[in-house]
Design a protein around this ligand. Structure first.
Ligand SMILES: NC(=O)c1ccc[n+]([C@@H]2O[C@H](COP(=O)([O-])OP(=O)(O)OC[C@H]3O[C@@H](n4cnc5c(N)ncnc54)[C@H](OP(=O)(O)O)[C@@H]3O)[C@@H](O)[C@H]2O)c1
Length: 340
């Protein structure tokens, strides 16, 4: 019986908040691998806020997704047919497969295809042992450079990146305050992730809470959200503070770029440093970070959550969960578990 590949194409560039209607559902006959190619069936897709940027027609660290192209996205997949000597049927692999059930991997390096280690749950390579864990590790250590006893504040703290950054800071002997939306996420940060304090930005005045919680100021601020929360943190910087510019999700769906932070001059007054980064630049050092992160996971030193939705038909809806905070942990979508 011939297989069908169900997939989502980018239908139009979003204006303001991304909508399900910006994507178009499509079916095609499943491709067959030619010599040197590998056909995979996608098991799980991972969703990242950065994908909103890939939908825009502008130059960035990755080219935009073209209108009519399969929406770009990473995942874990099972090899179902291989005409490549390095891959056999049944192997689990990771790569940029796109929002579709099957993907044909071809060309030099098979588009970055790599094997999934067998000694951990496979979805971990999409979260704490993948891009979000690596982002937390390099952002915190390379740019934040926390020292024991310092005060570290993390926004988006209950998310995939923020929760790892916050816990790494705690493991470094810092006092850690997480900012997140809603009582459920704040309780998890306190009770499971072991943070010292939390701020519920949906219910509390962030500036007032940071003033009360950080009387000596913030030494490292790891920012995932931008906007008013960034501004409130800038107002509380300690002398020689480091501001890690990881992301700014509060602005990703704005039609116009947000107004600049009002408290930027505090960088000057406090002789602080503010630096952005893209985790892919650290690729040669990924093994070093992954080794340490895997040790933390194995020994139970890092708590993590995965939010797993079901079915390729729900890909756009799953993506939108990132922008209203519905996701509780790394946002994943299960299409077909391995061996099913
Ligand atoms: N620089 C890099 O190389 C790099 C790499 C990966 C990710 N990132 C960035 O890291 C950040 C986190 O990404 P992630 O994949 O770990 O996602 P995530 O934090 O697991 O999910 C996104 C979270 O953002 C929060 N959020 C959404 N809208 C918000 C708003 N208007 N104001 C404040 N918070 C809001 C929500 O949490 P609440 O419920 O708490 O609101 C939501 O759960 C993003 O900014 C992303 O772009 C950067």
């Amino acid at each position: 019986m011939s297989r069908v590949n169900r997939r989502w194409l980018l239908a139009q560039r979003p204006v303001g908040m991304v909508e399900a209607g910006d994507f178009r559902f499509d079916e095609e006959p499943c491709p067959e691998p030619a010599e040197g190619e590998v056909l995979v069936r996608v098991c799980w897709l991972a969703f990242d806020p950065a994908m909103r940027g890939w939908m825009e027609d502008r130059e960035s660290y990755m080219p935009p997704v073209g209108i009519g192209e399969v929406m770009r996205g990473g995942g874990v997949a099972e090899v179902v047919a291989s005409r490549h000597p390095d891959y056999a049927e049944g192997e689990l692999v990771q790569g940029l497969f796109g929002w579709q059930e099957y993907a044909l991997m071809r060309g030099p390096g098979l588009q970055g295809l790599s094997r999934v280690p067998r000694d951990m749950p496979p979805t971990l390579v999409l979260s704490v042992l993948g891009i979000t864990g690596l982002t937390a590790w390099f952002g915190l250590y390379d740019i934040g450079q926390p020292e024991a006893g310092e005060t570290v504040v993390v926004s988006g703290a209950a998310g995939a990146t923020g929760s790892v950054a916050a816990q790494l800071a705690r493991l470094s002997g810092c006092r850690v305050i997480g900012i997140a939306g809603g009582p459920r996420k704040c309780a998890w940060l306190r009770d499971e992730a072991g943070l010292d304090d939390v701020v519920d930005y949906k219910a509390e005045n962030v500036g007032a809470r940071l003033r009360a919680l950080c009387p000596q100021g913030i030494d490292v601020y790891f920012d995932n959200v931008g906007g008013e929360i960034l501004d409130a943190a800038l107002a509380r910087l300690a002398l020689r503070a480091r501001v890690v510019m990881c992301g700014g999700i509060s602005g990703y769906n704005e039609k116009e770029p947000p107004a600049g932070p009002r408290n930027l001059m505090n960088i000057v007054i406090q002789r602080a440093r503010m630096q952005g980064f893209i985790v892919l630049d650290y690729a040669p050092r990924f093994p070093e970070a992954l080794g340490e992160l895997a040790g933390h996971v194995r020994e139970g030193r890092i708590a993590y959550l995965e939010d797993i939705q079901q079915g390729i038909e729900n890909a756009p809806r799953t993506f939108l969960r990132l922008f209203d905070g519905s996701n509780f942990g790394k946002q994943l979508l299960e299409l077909a578990p391995p061996g099913s």
